[in-house]
Design a protein around this ligand. Structure first.
Ligand code: SF4
Length: 229
């Protein structure tokens, strides 16, 4: 299990909680707009932070941190993730997973064993365009299975999508919303990064505030809440 970075204190990654964020190395996708290429492209990987050092850090912050966020990259590509999350829960922290949903079996087990207090899943595009958008051949049933696990879970969750004019049109967003119809929260994220996995998207145009607001109006009837981030 490889953690390539830690954010020691975050007020925005776990809604309403003071959290540390662990960034896992490796991802099954190659989204061209990825703003964490150093966690996705093995050639750009930095040094791994040893697990004992992470545990020592978390124990030293037990009174100041409320939660730990497991992010990436894609944390669920690491088979040892569930036992690590269990250890972190036993330390007394709330836990949140950020995921692409590519490993529904692991997510099902994490939910069944009450190891998560919040889950955030990316929706990259309409199912028929998923492989094209994440630049990886993909059995989309896995994405659908994870969506359905999350929709029927009892923990707080959010689905979220980073939107770019070069990849998403209104009809795509509507198709994406149909995939998660009835969700408690759908977050639309404005693409802002100047560091991207594909150099072609460096400084790519983003949607204006007004365009994002019109997307919010478009999808709001189909979910309980839609926020722009
Ligand atoms: S943006 Fe895509 S490539 Fe980057 S970490 Fe997320 S899923 Fe992986």
């Amino acid at each position: 299990m490889k953690v390539g970075g830690i954010e020691r204190l975050s007020l925005i990654d776990f809604p309403g909680k003071i959290a540390a964020v662990l960034f896992f190395q490796g991802c099954s996708f190659s989204c061209p707009f990825c703003h964490n290429p150093h966690l996705v492209d093995p050639k750009q990987f930095g040094p791994v932070i040893p697990l004992p050092a992470i545990k020592e850090f978390l124990l030293s912050r037990k009174t100041r941190l409320e939660a730990v966020v497991f992010s990436g990259g894609e944390p669920t590509i690491h088979p040892a993730l569930p036992s690590f999350i269990q250890e972190v829960k036993e330390m007394g922290f709330l836990t949140k997973l950020d995921t692409t949903g590519i490993h529904p079996e692991m997510i099902e087990s994490l939910l069944k064993n009450n190891l998560l207090d919040y889950i955030a899943m990316d929706i990259k595009g309409p199912l028929e365009r998923y492989s094209e958008i994440v630049q990886t051949p993909l059995p989309t049933e896995k994405v659908q299975k994870t969506i359905s696990l999350i929709l029927s879970s009892t923990i707080p969750y959010e689905f979220r999508s980073t939107l770019l004019p070069s990849l998403h049109q209104a009809k795509d967003l509507l198709a994406m919303t149909q995939m998660i119809q009835g969700a408690r929260l759908y977050v639309l994220q404005t693409f802002r990064s100047t560091t991207t996995l594909s150099p072609l998207l460096k400084n790519a145009k983003n949607f204006s505030k007004e365009e994002m607001q019109s997307f919010q109006q478009l999808v709001s009837p189909f979910v309980s809440a839609c926020h722009i981030r």
